[in-house]
Design a protein around this ligand. Structure first.
Ligand SMILES: Nc1ncnc2c1ncn2[C@@H]1O[C@H](COP(=O)(O)OP(=O)(O)OP(=O)(O)O)[C@@H](O)[C@H]1O
Length: 783
């Protein structure tokens, strides 16, 4: 046993601990920034009590779309015929397909990319552009377009409101045709003139005098040398542009429609055009026509001018692609100018739209980048109403131009005019207007007034002030000692600004409230999470401390076991130490390691030596590590084994009494003791008791054995089997007791039955057939 290293068997006492399903902490919700902003945009309208009213008053930019009919190609040489009957070679495919389809609702179009475009670009896909004020199909007549587009504008103009119509689109898409038309199909401008004069003649009140003035000019860049303004209404003089006005522009007073049409026809003759691959008579300049209506009321005492209205009609030069037009030299430079102007115009409207969406964002001043946009600044800043008509070609050959224009211009329909009140044009005047030069806009409370025309301007401004005082509650008008003041007051605009500021302030306040609430919620979530984590850390600390304590205990136990084992080694090595033992003590101890993951069951068999001659150590334990099935070993079996050994030994040694006595003298059996210990079984050499003691001891042993058989081995508690003290009986006494207890018939049967391998009872181990027959013989002798 000493040479064997105690082997440990790892047993899994407890099943695998399933990892506790940790309650997954609720994730922290993302910061609802979008919600805050969206919510507040909605709430902004709710905040302003007059917002609902304003919403209805908001009037979006009117955006019309006119689809040009497909020209009939000349089958012979792929030549299109234009309005001037000049053939143009535009390399169009013969079987050009239509890719733009207006909806029946007349407010949207579907643009389907041709097969080639889909192959060239993966982005090309069918798109629907919705929300137009109206879409005119190719078959729409000029009359139809006029009634829809110009009808409202002309009505406004006649009522004294300023407005503008601007046609834009790629080259050859029909802008000029739409605006000016042809003798058989007059365009929007001739029809407008007709309507203006018709209305004026019919509805003129007795005390009202109306006069109309037409000015017409073009902005053209000759050879890329910079933009120039040419007067088209008179002699094509070169004009200059200063402080938002065209200096030297002639205004021609027209008394009837014929005069006006003749004037416009002359102007068109002066306009710069050129032949390109897209259009045989392509406009190379931006053409602007102003119709100013002046209305005067003749009173007996005061001659008052109620205000001027200007209707502006712009025909832009069409944007062109170099690849398509095949322009070179001068034409190419013109193209650059045309495209640049279109680009700047689009940028201005996009900037206006962005500014309207986010008032905090300052309005970008793109208008400074071209002469046209500088002239149209008020329109591009949303201060005056404008109407756009886009002209497009529906063919697949023009798909890129159409697609580009629709993508760029369709968002413009969201531009709003919420302060449009049809205010008369008081700001920008052409210096050729007959001596009514209005002062520049001034801020409230500005004492230094600019006197332009003391007598006339004073009366005009008194009228204006009186009008606006009705609209504005608080209006400051300061006086000047030098004479009548000229204060330009735009009360409604100021009021609107105040409203906007207030709305913006309230919106900011609301956004901040929402933001702080959301921030608070997020912080609260983080705090909860922190607390959870702290609790977890605390519990982990506690469990760690417990584990440490258990670890220390186990270490102590291990040290103790080691010291015991070393003691055992020390005392078991010399054989002389074992001499003189009288009692053998067998202890079975099961120690259990509860905390270790792998539990080892150990059976400690302790052999106690009660009477070591020269030491205080009473018992020594030898530790035997057994495997689990072996742990079923019952202590009673061990005890029986001990008994058997003792019985065998006694049988061996009871040949005569002297030998027995010598056995009892403990000094003649060193080899037997050593053998017993080396077999790792407890062995005791017991003194021989008397007969009564023997009987009593046997009975006690039997009962104990039965009890031991009944009791299962417990592993979790150290079970110590008390050593049984038993004396060896004298041989005669043993024989007698055996003879008395022997039932010969039974033994016969049992002996027969045992042949089949039946196990003998533990108490009958030494009764062989020979011994039984000897006993039977002796019994017969006794009888
Ligand atoms: N709706 C239409 N109905 C019939 N013909 C049209 C229509 N629109 C355009 N056209 C014809 O198409 C040709 C080109 O038109 P137009 O000159 O008006 O184009 P544009 O857009 O002004 O071109 P550019 O920008 O180069 O001046 C003209 O011959 C015109 O008669």
């Amino acid at each position: 046993m000493d040479s064997e290293t105690p082997s440990c068997l790892t047993l899994r006492r407890n099943p695998h601990r399933k990892a506790k399903a940790k309650a997954t902490p609720a994730p922290i919700r993302p910061f609802p920034l979008q919600d805050i902003l969206q919510c507040d945009v909605q709430q902004q309208d709710d905040l302003n009590p007059s917002s609902q009213k304003e919403i209805h008053n908001h009037d979006n930019l009117r955006l019309y779309l006119r689809i040009r009919p497909q020209p009939k190609p000349n089958a012979a040489n792929n030549i299109s015929i234009n309005r001037s009957n000049k053939p143009i070679n535009n390399n169009k495919p013969k079987d050009e397909q239509v890719c733009l389809f207006p909806s029946t609702s007349q407010s949207s179009v579907t643009l389907t990319p041709p097969l080639q475009a889909m192959q060239d670009s993966k982005r090309a896909r069918t798109e629907v552009y919705d929300g137009f004020t109206r879409v005119f199909a190719p078959e729409a007549s000029q009359t139809e377009v006029y009634e829809a587009v110009m009808g409202p504008l002309v009505s406004d103009f006649i009522n004294g409101n300023t407005g503008m119509l601007l046609a834009m689109g790629p080259s050859g898409s029909g802008k000029t045709h739409t605006i000016f038309g042809c003798p058989r199909q007059p365009g929007l401008l001739p029809r407008t003139i007709q309507q203006i004069f018709n209305c004026t003649n019919q509805d003129r009140p007795s005390q009202t005098s109306r006069s109309f003035y037409i000015s017409m000019f073009e902005i053209y860049s000759q050879g890329g040398k910079g933009e120039k303004i040419f007067d088209l209404s008179s002699d094509a003089a070169h004009l200059s542009f200063q402080q938002s006005t065209v200096k030297g522009l002639q205004e021609v007073r027209v008394f009837d429609a014929k005069d006006a049409e003749a004037l416009i026809a002359c102007g068109m003759m002066r306009r710069t055009t050129a032949t390109t691959n897209s259009n045989s008579q392509s406009s190379r300049s931006q053409c602007i026509i102003n119709i100013r209506g002046s209305r005067e009321v003749i009173d007996s005492e005061v001659e008052a001018q109620l205000g001027d209205a200007i209707l502006t009609i712009v025909d832009l030069a069409g944007a062109e692609r170099e690849k398509k037009t095949g322009n070179q030299g001068m034409r190419l430079l013109e193209s650059n100018f045309i495209n640049n102007t279109s680009l700047v115009f689009g940028s201005c409207l996009r900037a206006l739209l962005e500014h309207q969406k986010n008032p905090k964002k300052p309005l970008q001043k793109h208008f400074q980048n071209s002469l046209l946009t500088r002239y149209l600044r008020d329109y591009l800043e949303g201060k005056k109403r404008m109407t756009l008509i886009l002209t497009v070609k529906p063919g697949s050959y023009d798909y890129p131009d159409t697609s580009f224009l629709l993508r760029q211009a369709s968002p413009f329909m969201k531009i709003k005019y919420n302060n449009y009140a049809g205010e008369p044009n008081l700001k920008r005047h052409i210096n050729t207007f007959p001596r009514v030069e209005h002062p520049k806009r001034r801020k409230f409370g500005d004492h230094d007034a600019t006197v332009v025309d003391e007598r006339k301007s004073a009366s005009i401004n008194h009228q204006i002030i009186g009008k606006e005082l009705q609209q504005v509650d608080a209006l400051k008008v300061s006086g000047s000692p030098q004479g009548p003041e000229l204060v330009e007051i735009n009360g409604s605009a100021r009021l609107k600004e105040c409203h906007d500021e207030l709305a913006a302030f309230r919106r900011n306040e609301k956004v901040m409230q929402k933001f702080s609430r959301a921030l608070w919620n997020v912080l609260k979530q983080y705090k909860e999470k922190l607390e959870e984590t702290e609790n977890e850390v605390r519990s982990l600390k506690i469990s760690l401390e417990e584990k440490n304590a258990q670890c220390l205990e186990l270490e102590k136990e291990l040290n103790h076991e080691r010291s015991c084992f070393s003691h055992h080694k020390h005392f078991s090595e010399p054989s002389s130490d074992l001499e003189g033992n009288k009692d053998a003590e067998l202890a079975v101890q099961h120690s259990t390691n509860h905390e270790a993951n792998d539990t080892s069951e150990m059976i400690n068999v302790t052999v106690g030596e009660s009477n070591f001659p020269n030491t205080d150590v009473k018992e020594e334990r030898c530790k035997i590590s057994k495997s689990f099935p072996k742990m079923e070993l019952d202590s009673s079996i061990l005890r029986d084994l001990t008994n058997e050994v003792s019985l065998d030994n006694s049988t061996d040694f009871i040949t005569d009494h002297s030998q027995t006595e010598s056995l009892l003298g403990h000094d003649n059996r060193p080899s037997m003791e050593q053998k017993t210990l080396s077999n790792e079984e407890a062995l005791s050499c017991l003194p021989v008791p008397s007969k009564e003691e023997a009987e009593h001891t046997d009975a006690q042993n039997d009962s104990e054995r039965e009890a031991d058989h009944r009791l299962p081995c417990r592993y979790d508690n150290a079970v110590t089997v008390k050593p049984r003290r038993r004396r060896l009986l004298p041989a005669s006494a043993l024989l007698l007791s055996e003879m008395n207890s022997l039932n010969l018939e039974d033994e016969n049967d049992k002996a027969k039955g045992n042949r089949g391998g039946r196990k003998l009872a533990p108490g009958k181990l030494g009764q062989t057939r020979g011994s039984i027959s000897l006993l039977r013989m002796l019994n017969g002798v006794r009888l």
